[in-house]
Design a protein around this ligand. Structure first.
Ligand SMILES: Cc1cc2nc3c(=O)[nH]c(=O)nc-3n(C[C@H](O)[C@H](O)[C@H](O)COP(=O)(O)OP(=O)(O)OC[C@H]3O[C@@H](n4cnc5c(N)ncnc54)[C@H](O)[C@@H]3O)c2cc1C
Length: 295
């Protein structure tokens, strides 16, 4: 499973950014547009471009973060966890270099419309309450071809299979808008509400299936896995991109490799979050070498 504890800085750079505006996209998603000085140097590779954001603690008005260059990760870890910035991984949904802006779509896990913003983790809570002017630090790419882009179908790929949940939706949107005209793509996206569905502009020949979770049956099924099992897949050489909750990602990958005969090297799979674990927990496991096996 691809997970990076912390990218080395080059070709990434720290930027101080602020919230320009927010827009609720649906019950579970908040789009936050960021601006800032020097953002013309940010170079998004598109597709599933990941980056790190550093949030203030609830009692702070800006993140406590010191840009110490390549040694930043050790310096950050050495800080008091109650004071240091909260680090999270997100996707650049869209960059508008001429306006000096970029968008990030935050899944508001635990936040129903009108619900208290105390639900969810620090990033979700921050996004639910974000206001223009709020400040963050981000570690983002400065060259387009950077290691934060995972979607890289090899030459000879005949068709693309994509699965994900609302945390992967920004990346899926970026991938679909990047695919060449006529590329065949089969896409399954799991969301909480009907109104979380979006238009996903693409030139690809994409068939997108939205799977709205059945809250009454929560925990008793795997919508993406069930849909995949029932699907008739195209022939030819596939490339799969799978992201979302780590347990689901693992099960989907296993299905594709073991039951569908996909070449495991052609399945890019990434746990974007894991039920019951914060991102700190996941980083601690990786650092200690105790992360669960891929199979
Ligand atoms: C490469 C990469 C790109 C990502 N891109 C995006 C993105 O563009 N948009 C986005 O919204 N997320 C994205 N994520 C996922 C996001 O980083 C996690 O959901 C993160 O845990 C949210 O941080 P938090 O502080 O809100 O929750 P945490 O403090 O990390 O977790 C608190 C609790 O909430 C649970 N939890 C975390 N996320 C969810 C969820 N989505 N649904 C239900 N429960 C959850 C955890 O299991 C834990 O129990 C990405 C992750 C990766 C690795």
């Amino acid at each position: 499973m691809t997970t990076t504890v912390a990218p080395a800085t080059a070709p990434f750079r720290f930027f101080d950014v602020h919230v320009v505006r927010t827009r609720r996209l649906g019950p579970s998603l908040m789009r936050i547009t960021f601006g800032g000085e020097r953002l013309d140097a940010l170079a998004c590779g598109g597709r599933d471009q990941r980056f790190k954001l550093f949030l203030p603690q609830p009692h702070q008005d800006r993140p406590v973060f010191h840009d110490t260059g390549d040694g930043w990760y050790a310096a950050w870890r050495a800080q008091d966890p109650a004071e240091r910035a909260v680090m999270r991984s997100y996707t650049i949904r869209e960059q508008r270099p001429h306006a000096g802006e970029f968008d990030v779509d935050f899944a508001l896990h635990g936040a129903e419309p009108g619900a208290a913003v105390t639900a969810g983790g620090p990033a979700s809570r921050w996004a639910a309450g974000a206001r223009p002017g709020d400040r963050l630090t981000v570690l983002a790419p400065v060259v387009e071809d950077n290691g934060g882009v995972d979607f890289r179908p090899p030459t000879g790929t005949d068709w693309i299979l994509i699965t994900g949940d609302e945390t992967a939706l920004p990346a899926i949107a970026g991938i679909l808008s990047w695919l060449s005209p006529g590329t065949r793509a089969a896409v399954w996206i799991e969301v909480d509400h009907e109104d979380d569905r979006q238009q996903l502009p693409t030139f690809a020949d994409a068939e997108v299936t939205w799977l709205v979770r059945d809250r009454a049956a929560a925990g008793s099924g795997e919508p993406v896995l069930d849909a995949l099992r029932a699907a008739e897949l195209p022939g030819g050489t596939p490339y799969a991109w799978v992201a979302g909750e780590a347990g689901t990602v693992k099960a989907v990958r296993r299905h594709l490799v073991r039951e569908r005969g996909f070449d495991r090297r052609a399945v890019k799979f990434t746990g974007y979050w894991r039920r019951g674990a914060t991102e700190e927990d996941l980083i601690a496991e990786l650092t200690a070498g105790t992360a669960p096996d891929e199979d």
